[in-house]
Design a binder for this molecule. Structure first.
Ligand code: TZP
Ligand code: MG
Length: 220
């Protein structure tokens, strides 16, 4: 059974791969985040420390099992083959990844599709494509978690994208607990974060802050 997409799942969206927790066990971090009430998890394995395809498949299956047990959608970044092999609930694609229409055709209703958009022009294109469940926009603030990040768009940029978009937007990039309320004020459905959870000294408190900022009604 795959989980269908709901806007509420964007409230406290955790993105992570082994590269983001070099001194910790990714599965333990994800389990703590799930126990703390994250509303979505994206497995994103990127960079020099990238695991082999076989390792990604094995680890991805274990992470998916944990998400399934918590009734939290398991989303794969970029990799259509991996997403299909793992029977993921969703796949997230960037503007530089496989063209989103190709991905939509490949996954054919088996999972929901999220797309990164950082400009009004990209949002306007996305508005015309049926089948895109949600949009990820950023970076809102400078981030150290993505080497090839687009230019920072700021809260004003995010507000403009939310105004134009016909799909819910999850904000990403450099978001700290202190900025959560400001992100909500833009009309974004929630925040997607790596460091705020991966580097948190109290993941339960951090995730609660994300849920409360997004409205507090999404606790699971
Ligand atoms: N896409 C845009 S910014 C970013 C991604 C994957 C990194 C977000 O990480 P952090 O640590 O929350 O800034
Ligand atoms: Mg990508």
């Amino acid at each position: 059974m795959t989980l269908s997409f709901q806007r509420e799942q964007l409230a406290a969206y955790f993105v992570c791969g082994t590269q983001d927790v070099p001194d910790q066990d990714l599965e333990s971090v994800v389990q703590t985040a799930l126990d703390s009430g994250i509303t979505a998890f994206q497995y994103r394995d990127k960079g020099a420390s990238r695991l082999t395809a076989a390792e990604r498949l094995a680890l991805g299956a274990r992470l998916h099992d944990r998400c399934r047990a918590a009734n939290v959608p398991f989303i794969v970044d970029d990799d259509v083959e991996l997403a299909l092999a793992l029977e993921a609930d969703g796949i997230h694609v960037g503007q530089k990844d496989d063209r989103v229409t190709t991905v939509l055709n490949r996954v054919g209703g088996k999972m929901f599709v999220g797309l990164s958009c950082s400009t009004v022009a990209e949002i306007e294109v996305a508005n015309q494509i049926a089948g895109i469940a949600y949009i990820g926009s950023g970076p809102i603030f400078p981030t150290t978690s993505k080497a090839d990040a687009d230019p920072v768009i700021g809260l004003a940029g995010l507000t403009e994208l939310v105004r134009v978009a016909k799909r819910p937007i999850v904000a990403i990039g450099g978001i700290t607990e202190a900025q959560l309320a400001n992100v909500t004020e833009t009309g974004a459905a929630g925040s997607a974060v790596i460091s705020m959870i991966a580097k948190s000294t109290d993941i339960a408190r951090t995730v609660t802050a994300m849920q409360q900022a997004a409205g507090g009604q999404y606790a699971n």
